[in-house]
Write a protein that binds this ligand. Structure first.
Ligand code: COA
Length: 361
């Protein structure tokens, strides 16, 4: 019995067929429903990607506008029912609770709107300020940012958030998508499956890294200190957040597109942390290569997520929730695929507990 092969973490195990995305860890490529991420991020809107994931092709402008209006209406409805509970609740708790409260038949649009409005309200509450009413006439990225920062926002800031939301909407069989598919495979409803995705994303090894990336950048403070602080972090046994990836053995292509979006915006919106981030990335890459010559540990999506979300005024406490606001589109699409084609997901475990008393060894 105990010579069974165990796949801890299910690394390299293929568990489903999907038309939603391909993650090429060796080549450092991400294809979303036939489109390289470089051709989507900063080039199309979040609404386009929601429809790409739902329908398999980029929409016409008319279809995008239809979804934009529907999301606007749903944000207005979501604002009427959004209540943040006890203070001290994290942003991901708030999003998870708000989504859980939706009826089982809630539409994907209602879920996207609920996540955005709740995240916005959480950010306002963090500042001790009341929630702002959604503006249904705006695009989803713009209104999400407005709801979070509490004032009108610039086109450059909106473009950055839109690029971010597009970048992280879908990414293969990551832990939260797998969690969503496991729940979907039991026949549970879509809201339940998406809530499982939020729960999985709340852990620091998955969606929780960008806040700590910003903490690290703060500890470094000055690019000239990057090598010293990175060495100290590693010597004290800490992982460098935003570095390393379960699948990518090269730099995460999403780090490239987010850095590109920040560079494109830099004429209009200077991010003081961009220069610092590049120095820390380079220091971390070198230090990790020395420590782990057997394994390439390069910047992942979270590294430049931290710089981008901070540059547009979002608080680090809400970074994971903003991630969830986008990834929800991917989870919902995986839910549909799983229900259409999937089987009940039910792997095995090797028993290593005690034998019953009196049984032969
Ligand atoms: N900093 C320091 N060491 C790291 C590291 C990091 N960011 N990422 C991996 N390592 C080390 C591990 O400590 C381990 O060393 P050991 O064998 O001496 O214990 C080795 O590299 C392999 O790591 P492992 O945890 O097996 O790799 P994984 O595939 O399970 O990890 C991550 C992938 C993402 C969980 C991991 O790289 C990590 O924790 N990164 C930081 C968190 C992060 O950025 N998460 C967001 C992911 S998108």
């Amino acid at each position: 019995m105990d010579n069974q092969e165990i796949h801890e973490g299910l690394e390299r195990i293929t568990v489903a067929r999907t038309a939603l995305s391909e993650v090429d860890g060796e080549g450092g490529r991400l294809i979303v429903a036939g489109h390289p991420i470089e051709t989507l991020a900063g080039r199309v809107h979040f609404e386009d990607v929601v429809l790409l994931l739902r329908e398999g092709e980029l929409p016409s402008a008319a279809k995008r506008d239809e979804l934009r209006a529907e999301l606007g209406r749903e944000r207005a409805l979501a604002a009427q029912r959004t209540r943040l509970s006890a203070s001290g609740e994290g942003a991901m708790d708030a999003v998870r609770t708000a989504l859980s409260a939706l009826p089982a038949a809630a539409s994907v649009t209602a879920m996207l709107a609920t996540a955005a409005v709740t995240t916005g309200a959480f950010c306002r509450a963090l500042d001790g300020a009341p929630s702002v009413a959604p503006n249904p006439a705006l695009g989803h990225a713009e209104d999400l940012l407005r709801l979070a920062v509490g004032h009108e926002v610039s086109t450059v800031e909106v473009a950055l958030l839109d690029a971010y939301l597009v970048t992280v909407a879908e990414h293969g069989m990551n832990a939260s998508t797998f969690a969503t598919r496991v729940v979907a495979s039991t026949g549970a409803d879509r809201v339940a499956a998406v809530v499982a995705g939020v729960a999985a994303l709340s852990g620091p090894l998955h969606g929780g890294a960008p806040g700590p990336v910003l903490d690290l950048l703060d500890r470094v403070g000055d690019p000239a200190q990057a090598d010293r602080v990175v060495a100290r972090e590693l010597a004290e046994g800490r992982r460098i957040m935003g570095m390393g990836h379960r699948v990518y053995r090269v730099r995460d292509p999403r780090a490239f597109v987010l850095e590109r979006a920040l560079t494109e915006a830099s004429g209009a919106l200077a991010s003081p942390r961009l220069v610092l981030a590049r120095a820390v990335e380079s220091a971390a890459e070198h230090a990790l290569a020395e420590r782990h010559p057997e394994r390439a540990l390069k910047a992942n999506v979270e590294f430049y997520t931290a710089v981008l979300l901070d540059a547009i005024g979002l608080p680090r406490e809400a970074f994971s929730a903003v991630f969830a606001c986008s990834r929800l589109a991917g989870w919902a699409a995986h839910y549909t695929e799983q229900v259409k084609h999937g089987r009940l997901i039910r792997p095995k475990a090797l028993y290593v507990g005690p034998a019953p008393a009196g049984s032969a060894a």
